[in-house]
Design a protein around this ligand. Sequence first.
Ligand code: GYE
Length: 369
Amino acid sequence: MNLNKLFKVFAVVLVLSMMLAACKTAPVATEAPVVATEAPVATEAPAATEAALVTSSGYVLPAAACAPNCTYNDMVVGFIQTGPEGAWRTANNASFDEAATQLGITLKVYDSQGKVENQISAFQTFIQDPTVNVIILAAVDTKGFDDVLKEAMDNGKIVILEDRSLDSSASLYYTRVGSDFVLEGQKAGTEMCKLLEGMDTKNVLEISGAVGASAGIDRGTGFRQTMEECGITVTATQTGDWKVAPSKAVMEAWLKDPVLKDVQGVHAHNIEEALGAIQAIKEAGLVPGVDIKVVAYDTTKDTFAALISGELSVGVECNPLLGPQVYEIALKGLNGDTSIPSYIVSNESVFTSAQGATELQSILDGWKY
Ligand code: GYE
């Protein structure tokens, strides 16, 4: 074979071997699957492949370590309470304390002294507490909780609202257990319409709850809805801060006002406010229940005593004994139950002085708070 041909053969062999070599480094492709198998990102995937537990309101339920066999003994509750407000709140506290003891739940209670900022910092304390797996909130206000609710979810803490509602999206907490305050207000409005029926003038004053609390906001809304139906409007409203003394002062000022003293009805957002108004009415020489009809909420023992005496005309029930029900729902949450609705309403009724002392006394004799 002459040199020329030999050179051509050599060149062809060289090109073919270079092409062959290039194919061998293509293992870029084979390396790629290596990347794919390194997708051992895939090995961490199993955690990601567990379907996230999401409720109908879009709340992502944290996965509790004890699930799906959590018991009450596994439950450590951070309870953010409003702070002292009156007999209703005392009964609400007692319900959670007693039920926690009976069920074997570890309960850590934070008294917020009526301040939102304290409730926010309590959230952060419980979020950072590795033992806490459930946070329960009785909100002082309806606003300002979005960030801490998100933080609680991100840190594996189930949040349940007891009693009061928030403006926050229902996707930020497991559920709320509490009264339908709008419905309570509607009931009170209906009763006030009945009480003032046939009167020439129907001026109604309102002593409202602590500013910002959903209980007062919604009671006021419902009350005005049904009062509108009977042509009555609220002529003045001022907060009594859930308490006797400030409410008495508000009523005293109104009874000295040349216009507002012509009053036929008082709408008080809880029993302590009603008792303050009743004291002022009596000290002004008027007869509560006769000259001025008082309607209020929270059927505590004081409520029944005021109904029996006739000084209070209507008590709209608002159940504070929520502990057992809230804990039962919290346990379902720890065990991954996504079927819980975003709101669970407490069942309640209305009591009136018209029921008479005998019937009311028999109810009072068996009343728990
Ligand atoms: O009516 C009042 C308490 O949120 C339903 O708050 C509760 C209200 C209750 O201070 O007495």
